[in-house]
Design a protein around this ligand. Sequence first.
Ligand code: HEM
Ligand code: HEM
Length: 191
Amino acid sequence: MPLPRYSTGAIALHWIIAVLLIGQLAGGLWMGTIPEDNRQLIFQVLQIHKSVGITILLLTIVRIFWRLTHKAPPLPDVMAAWEKFVARVVHVAFYVILLALPIFGWAMISSSARKVPTVLFGMIPWPNLPLPANKPLHEFFEEAHEYTAFVAIALIVIHVAGALKHYFSSNRGVLSRMIPIIEPSAKEKKA
Ligand code: HEM
Ligand code: HEM
């Protein structure tokens, strides 16, 4: 009997968002290394950063809606109770971060005194949030954006460490639920 898997929509959204998020984190950290006098490059890179960030936000809203309307396969019993607990906490934290991180970025630019227009992928004008231009507020969102980015990195490390642990302890059925190219082990197929 085939093991239950996530729906195709959930798998597609998981992997599209995972690739965009890792690229966005790397790109965000790289942005900080561009010399301040290279204003043209900073402007162009920020437009891409804002476009991808808003895309992650919109895809996450779709994903949460999908998650609430499509049942996820249960975590298999090969997982210890504490492993299931950590996995669930990390999943919920991911959803919170995937909303909070781009919203903090959006709030950061919206509360800045310098109103730079945002045009998604050079095509779609994107509004600012209705926030006053206020330095302490802007700095608060800037810090919040930076800290949540580091929380995202920590969650990815824990999540991938869990995935690797299950892969190497032959509980590959846990992974095949989200990574269809991985086969469950023979032991799991019999169970
Ligand atoms: C980098 C960004 C990533 C994010 C934001 C992310 C997020 C998530 C979330 C929220 C779930 C739970 C889905 C649900 O039940 O609602 C999940 C499941 C899963 N993810 Fe990721 N993931 C990421 C990267 C990865 C990577 C790189 C791997 C593989 C090495 C991976 C492997 C899995 C697997 C196997 C599951 C299903 C197992 C389980 O339910 O715990 N993910 N992921
Ligand atoms: C999931 C989506 C996002 C991720 C992972 C992300 C990640 C990052 C990271 C790692 C940095 C560098 C932080 C630092 O060194 O201070 C950064 C900076 C920045 N991000 Fe994002 N970001 C996202 C979404 C957004 C969005 C949606 C916007 C605006 C609409 C935005 C606007 C900015 C700006 C303006 C900076 C430069 C801040 C500064 O110079 O202090 N980000 N982002």
